[in-house]
Structures are given as C-alpha cells and as structure tokens.
Design a protein around this ligand. Structure first.
Ligand SMILES: [Zn+2]
Length: 678
C-alpha cells in the first residue's frame, strides 16, 4: 500500500474533478476450456491454503454472494484443534469495530461514508471430505469484533493432515474506504472472502483483527475463482482468465492463480481495457475513461519496474499483472497491492511533472516481491514489505528520472526527489516508534508511515552506502531468493544479509531496526591558529630575553624565522596554521561518517569517523581550514539536521554552496510542515 500523505495529495488534486464520460465497455477475449491451465509445473510455494470460490455480484446492491471450498493442510508439527478465519469486511460493519475505532473513519485522507456500511456474513460453514456427512461447524468470535471467526474442529488435524471447509457467505460492500468497496458502478473486491489465518504450530493461529494500520498475512495456495457479473461488466482479477461463459444478462468469468496468498478483483462496465506485453508478461491496464491519457504512463511504469526487479532481484514469474485504476470518488481503493493485481491512482489534473502515477505503479508492482512472494506477516512486521519496497520504489524512480527529480520533475523549473520526500516523511515522526513493531501498536498513523515506510527506506539506503550498490544488490537478492514463498521475519533478514555480506551486520542493523535512536552529525568547532611567532621570554640561549614583537629573535634571527616573517607580507593563505576540527554526533544512533575538510590552498581530504563517542577531533598543520562538511555525499540520510553539517570560513566562496544547502533545508522544512498538516 502507498503511504498516507501521498494519497491525500492525490485526493486533493482529484477532489474538484468533473464527472467523466462513459466509454463503451471493452469486451475481453473469448475463452473456453474445460479445466484451468497449469501455470507452474513445479509449485513454487507450499500451497497449503487453497480456495475454490464461486461468487456473484449484485451490481445494484453491491453485494457479493459466494460459496468457497477451502483446502487447508497443516504444515506444522503441531495438531490443529480449531481454525481461525478473517472476515475483514466486518471492519466496516459499524463504528465500534477495531478498525473504525482506531481510524475514526479516516484513512489516508479518505473518509468513511456512514451511509454505506459493509460486512461479511458467514451464512454456513462445515467440514467436508471427512468420509462422513458434512459436519456443520459453530462460529465463535474470539476477538474484539467480528473480523475474526473461530471454529472448533471435531477432531484435530494432525501434522501433514488436511481439512476441507465449505463456507457460504454474503458480503455487503461499503462505499470505497480503506481499499475495498464500491463507488458508482466501480466495485473493488479486496479482502472480501472468509480467509484462513496462518497456523503457527504451538503458537496457534496468527489471525489478528483488522486494524486501521495493519495489512495482511496468509498462506500460499491455488485459487480458482469464478465471478458472475452483469454481462457488460469488465473484470480484472488476480491470476489468469481462462474461461468465460455468457448466461443471458450475466456472465461468469473463471480465474486461476497459483502460488499466491490472496485474490482480489475489480468490476466496472466502462473500464478502458488495454494490454501490452513485456518479455512474456502480459500487462493489463483497466483504466477509468477520464484517465485514458495516463495509460502509457502505467505501462511504462510497470515495464520499468519489471526490468529493474528482473535485474536486481528475480524475473517476475507470473504470466500476468493487472493494474486497476479506481475512479475519482473511489480513490481509497487506489495504491494497493494484491497478488498479480495492483491498484494505482491517476488524475487528469495532476499534470505531467508530479510523478504520483508512476511512483504508485512502481510501488505497488514492487509489492509483488515484497509482500506477494515474500509473504511476511504484515500485521506484525510491516517493514519487511512496505519498508523494503519503499527503498526499491525510490531506487527505480531515481534511476528512471534521476535523483533529485524522481518525485517532481520540472514543475515550472522545480524538482524534488524520492530521497527528499522520504527524509521529510521520516523527519515528521522520527523517534516515536522502532521499525520492528506490531503495526497496530504505533503511536499514530503518521508514526507508522514515517517509520515503517520511510525510515526503513533510509536505513536500507544507509546500508547500500556502506556496502556499495553492487554488494547491496547481492545481499538483497540473497535475502529474497532464500525467503521467497515463506514467511520471513526480522531475524531472517539480519541473518541472511550478514551471511551474504560475509560479515555480521547486526551491530549496524539492530539499533536502526529495533531502536528509536536518531543521529545528527554537526560540525561543532573549527579553529585555525596561525603558526604563532613566539611571544614572551626566549630561554634558549643563556639569559632570558624578550622576543621581539614580530616573533623574530631580537638580534640573531634564524633563516627560518626570517623567511616566516617575510612570508607574513605575502598572501595570508600561505601561512601555516594549526587547525582543529571537531565533529559531534548527537543522538544515540552510532553510524560512521565521512568528513571532508577543504583547505585555503584548495586542497582537501576526506576523513572517516566510525561514529564511536560523542565527538571526534582532527588536527592539521598547514594551510588554513576553509570548509568542513560532515557527510558530503549524503551517505547518512537518517541525519536529522543537515543544516549543521557544514562549516565555512568567513568570506569564503563556498558560502554560496552552503546557502544552497540551507535553502534546500528550508524548503524541506516548509514541505515537512505541509506534510504534517496533511
Ligand atoms: Zn506499500
């Protein structure tokens, strides 16, 4: 999912949008087959939670009536005595749910429409395939609201054993809010079917309530979903469409997906339906008619991300990726990821300079890796998807548009980069919460966004700066390849990247991931002391004798001191100075830093400090120190205040450069204030 203020911005830009003209529906190609195709000859995942679902949309009432058959295999070594299901849409049943209480009906700038509540009602659940009659199961609701349902099993499912559930359900879609719902004729079915939690052996079922800040967690499986909609509706869904059956005014579309852990779909009669391919991957865009001008942007963004991920991590293995463009009055459905389906956000009012459509598509596509195939527990360790993905989002955008212009590209001559935006967001709530934390326990939604998304992205940028980009790519690829189609946690990350890097990175990573410490490097003191002529008594020769005023021995000056005295009449820059430079590290986060010292003769040297201790001192003898910059190459993007990173001697030409830094910081401060207001 894309972070908060991002979509607020889009909302603001779309709020004044005019209604769009309807376009004729684009019928999908005819498909007919008897059984779904095999996508992967060898399964990529354990496939221990598979769903076969038949669902029908009532396009007027925005209800979904469905039946599902869930085949679950116990892949732990502990017998399971019960089963826990998520009923996510019950988060929108009333204003006393956990989600509504925590969010106050506000999320990412979107407001809940209290005239259109939603729910997911399980109208029947039974255990099938037990060799006996179907065994009806009794629903209980063990948590604070009805977003989690538990059923007791008549007999434990042993390790390696299977349970088959038959569930009938009815959904009422709310008006689009927090990813799902309807808006006019647009229907976004996300988190719409009764869905198993994750059984974790002796820890039981991991099945949290739907919280305002949390996303999801589930096991991999095969999905076969048949969706019945009015015949003029265009449907985009997870997986591939393999069969389409017309039945009077309705049609049933069958989708098949393998090695995924969720299934989402969208339906609307007037989607503009476009398809392109990239190296065998079918890219399908379902666009709002009013946004058709942005279709090439969506394709270009997906292709950019497909190419970069193929190069840096792994070639996208699925045959298709679908991009849904939600309507202007359903923007809360935008900027969201599901397996092989993402939702984006464009607006004809955005212009071409603000790169939000590109960034959103790149971000949501990145989730195919960091969420889709990684499948971490998003409730508890959201940094593993949102944070890592934000790092890749910035890298792809920086590579595509150039650093410093990857967020705003030439808006009346003004540019702004992803790195700047990440820093601003981080600064808005840098130290309230650590990165590793249950998502619903964050101090605020802003702290969750600032830390989970942006602090993580900056931490990974810091790691990249320490390791070098090539090495960073190697360790991140190693991490992905080892954890794909599993449920990795923070420990896996630290262990694998350390192994791949050939050194223990936990002393660097742990404080940044588990701690709330911050860092601020500051040039604390610079002193240039001229190689002073001695004053006072000269004791070197017999009787004490006062030095002369200019430091030259009153009677018999040496050649050296005479030369020095002569030099005094020349340029001051050529004088010798004893200089002291002190750089301070504020905050408790210990990070190494480079310090660039430039001298009056134009020469410079780069010193390295491991960051240990509160400050460090360098002493130089030679030309006067003219300028000191801590972290000249922005290798520590977590540095809270960059305004105090530079020192220049008075009257130095470099002041201009520092002023530029200052203006940039000032600008960042203003934007940060705006960010906070939003
Ligand atoms: Zn995201």
């Amino acid at each position: 999912m894309k972070a908060g203020p991002f979509l607020v911005f889009l909302t603001l830009l779309t709020i004044v949008a005019a209604p769009v003209a309807a376009a004729p529906a684009s019928p999908p190609g005819a498909h007919s087959a008897l059984k779904p195709p095999v996508i992967f000859q060898t399964p990529m995942s354990p496939r221990n939670a598979s769903y076969a679902i038949n669902v029908a949309l009532d396009a007027k009432a925005h209800t979904l009536t469905g039946k599902e058959r869930v085949v679950w295999r116990n892949i732990t070594d502990t017998p399971a005595t019960d089963a826990w299901f998520h009923l996510y849409l019950n988060a929108f049943a009333n204003d006393h749910t956990v989600f509504m209480t925590e969010s106050g009906g506000q999320l990412r700038g979107d407001s809940f429409d209290r005239n259109h509540w939603g729910y997911c009602e399980v109208t029947g659940i039974s255990l099938a395939d037990t060799g006996a009659e179907k065994i009806p199961l009794v629903q209980v609701f063990p948590k604070q609201d009805h977003t989690v349902m538990r059923v007791e099993l008549p007999a434990p499912v042993p390790p390696g054993g299977e349970a088959v559930f038959e569930v009938s359900f009815k959904d009422q879609l709310p008006h689009v809010f927090a990813r799902s719902g309807f808006a006019g004729t647009f229907n976004m079915a996300g988190q719409w079917f009764p869905k198993l939690g994750v059984f974790q052996g002796d820890k039981g079922w991991n099945c949290h309530e739907y919280h305002a800040n949390t996303e999801f967690f589930s096991d991999f499986g095969v999905y076969d979903v048949s969706i019945t909609v009015p015949s003029d509706y265009v449907v985009g869904a997870t997986g591939i469409l393999w069969r389409e059956v017309q039945n009077g005014k309705e049609k049933t579309l069958s989708f098949h997906a393998e090695d995924v852990h969720d299934f989402a779909w969208a339906a609307q009669p007037d989607f503009v339906d476009r398809t392109e391919t990239w190296e065998g991957v079918k890219i399908r865009v379902l666009m709002q008619p009013g946004n058709r001008g942005s279709i090439p942007i969506y394709f270009a963004s997906v292709k950019e991300a497909l190419a970069d991920f193929a190069k840096w991590i792994w070639k996208y293995p699925y045959p298709e990726i679908t991009i849904i463009d939600p309507p202007l009055n359903g923007v809360g459905a935008g900027g969201m990821e599901y397996p092989t389906l993402i939702t984006a956000g464009a607006s004809p009012f955005l212009g071409r300079s603000i790169l939000i459509p590109q960034i959103t598509v790149v971000h949501e596509f990145g989730h195919q890796y960091w969420y889709g195939m990684e499948a971490n527990n998003e409730f508890e360790r959201a940094w593993l998807d949102e944070g890592i993905n934000s790092y890749y989002e910035a890298r792809i955008m920086d590579k595509w548009y150039g650093p410093g212009r990857s967020f705003v590209d030439d808006l009346w001559g003004w540019n702004f980069g992803e790195q700047d935006q990440a820093r601003i967001a981080y600064l808005s709530a840098s130290d309230m919460d650590p990165i590793v934390k249950d998502a619903w326990k964050y101090y605020s939604n802003r702290s969750y966004g600032a830390v989970t998304y942006f602090k993580t992205a900056l931490v990974l940028k810091t790691l990249e700066n320490m390791l070098g980009q090539k090495e960073m790519d190697r360790v991140m690829r190693a991490f992905f390849m080892q954890v794909k189609f599993t449920h990795p946690d923070t420990r896996d990350f630290i262990r694998i990247v350390s192994e791949a890097a050939g050194k223990d990175l936990s002393p660097v990573l742990k404080p940044m991931l588990y701690g709330t410490g911050t860092v601020d490097f500051r040039v604390a003191r610079v002193r240039n002391v001229p190689d002073e002529k001695p004053a006072g008594y000269d004791l070197s020769e017999g009787m004490p004798k006062l030095y002369a005023k200019d430091g030259v021995k009153a009677e018999k000056g040496t050649a050296k001191t005479k030369a020095k005295a002569k030099a005094k009449t020349g340029k001051a820059d050529k004088e010798t100075y004893h200089s002291t430079v002190v750089v301070e590290r504020r905050g408790s986060l210990v990070l190494p830093v480079d310090v660039e010292v430039t001298f009056a003769d134009g020469s410079s040297r780069t010193e390295h400090w491991d960051g240990e201790g509160r400050y460090t001192t360098w002493r130089f003898t030679g030309p006067k120190v003219d300028r000191v910059v801590a972290d000249p190459k922005d290798k520590v993007p977590l540095d809270l205040n960059r305004l105090n990173n530079a020192w220049v001697s008075e009257g130095n030409g470099a002041v201009a450069r520092c002023m530029t830094t200052r203006n940039r910081t000032l600008y960042q401060t203003i934007t940060a204030i705006l960010f906070n207001v939003l």
